[in-house]
Write a protein that binds this ligand. Structure first.
Ligand SMILES: [Zn+2]
Ligand SMILES: [Zn+2]
Length: 325
């Protein structure tokens, strides 16, 4: 089958990749839309030391299941959470399954991803997509869940000043989610063409070069996807304020731009790491039409032509690249 893989050196489109083999508890899914995420770009630069099929954002149809008790999934349109868990370790037993100690992660850690004609995922990871959420919307479930996770992790009292740092794929979703809260939200980025989306959503936005770094923000969410993001966030957040880190970068980028933690100590900054999020809430949000994801779609690429897709996703002005079968 066609699959976009990473072999440790560069992204590679394989036309002869072996078909997935069903194992107990899992389903074979045929994706109908796939989303390219900054994590994919980082993985293709050595983040996590991953090799295999890339991709973790998808909507698709269940083709086959291993267990007869899962038959009802066959033919169902689904999205899926990306952490595949053991159910037995201390974290799983405590209900913190996304931190399972034995987990594999779709297209990120020890498991082939969804940038293929078919791929595997445990049926316990699947969520049925509501009929009124079409594929172009549903494919945003994963990044929207990640954006909603920020809302879960922060405390919003006394109408705080929140800066979303970064105007890319994730930043524009986080901004839309947080702008529904009782807070003053602005997006700070480097790309006028991306920031212009904020205007139609009624969200304030500024160019980074025009913003004073005054340590006056209650909360800064780093969605820059760059190793420099943290230093900028530390210059924006007030003493005892909060930085939420959504950014993951490949080790090489950190080496080139080391992160200085002194401001965290001096200004007693709370730093919150943030990964994944509630898929059910993401589907509800999409179903209710509460966020605009369609404006974020910049390009559509066929899986068979996807060798350059990661490069395309890095181009200036490009927000979301979708892959189609
Ligand atoms: Zn993602
Ligand atoms: Zn576990």
């Amino acid at each position: 089958v066609n699959a976009l893989t990473f072999d440790g050196t560069e992204p590679l489109l394989r036309t002869d990749y072996s078909e997935p083999v069903l194992v107990a508890g899992e389903a074979i899914i045929r994706p109908t839309r796939m989303g390219v995420c900054s994590t994919d770009i980082e993985l293709a630069q050595g983040y996590m030391g991953f090799t295999g099929v890339l991709g973790h954002e998808f909507v698709g149809v269940v083709e086959k299941v291993a267990d007869s008790t899962d038959e009802h999934w066959v033919g169902q349109r689904v999205v899926g959470t990306i952490n595949c868990v053991c159910g037995e370790c201390d974290q799983c037993r405590a209900g913190i399954r996304e931190h399972c100690r034995n987990r594999t992660v779709l297209g990120i850690h020890n498991r082939d991803g969804c940038f293929a004609e078919q791929f595997l995922l445990p049926t316990q990871n699947l969520l049925a997509v509501p009929d009124n959420v079409d594929d172009d919307h549903a494919v945003f479930a994963e990044p929207l869940a990640a954006a909603l996770q920020v809302q879960r992790q922060i405390t919003v009292i006394n109408r705080p000043y929140i800066t979303v740092l970064g105007d890319g794929r994730l930043g524009l979703l986080v901004a839309q989610v947080l702008s529904r809260l009782n807070a003053t939200v602005r997006v700070v980025g480097k790309h006028p063409d991306k920031l212009k989306h904020c205007e139609k959503w009624g969200i304030k936005s500024r160019l980074l070069q025009d913003v004073g770094l005054r340590q006056d923000q209650d909360i800064v969410v780093d969605c820059t996807g760059s190793a420099q993001g943290f230093a900028t966030a530390a210059q924006m957040v007030r003493p005892r304020g909060t930085i939420v880190l959504k950014t993951t970068v490949a080790p090489q980028a950190v080496q080139e731009s080391p992160i200085d933690l002194a401001p965290v100590v001096i200004n007693e900054i709370n730093v919150i790491g943030s990964r994944c999020g509630p898929f059910d809430q993401a589907l509800q949000t999409l179903s209710a039409g509460e966020v605009d994801v369609i404006s974020l779609i910049s390009r559509r690429v066929r899986l068979a032509d996807s060798a350059q897709a990661l490069k395309t996703a890095k181009q200036p002005g490009v927000v979301k690249v979708l892959l189609e079968p």
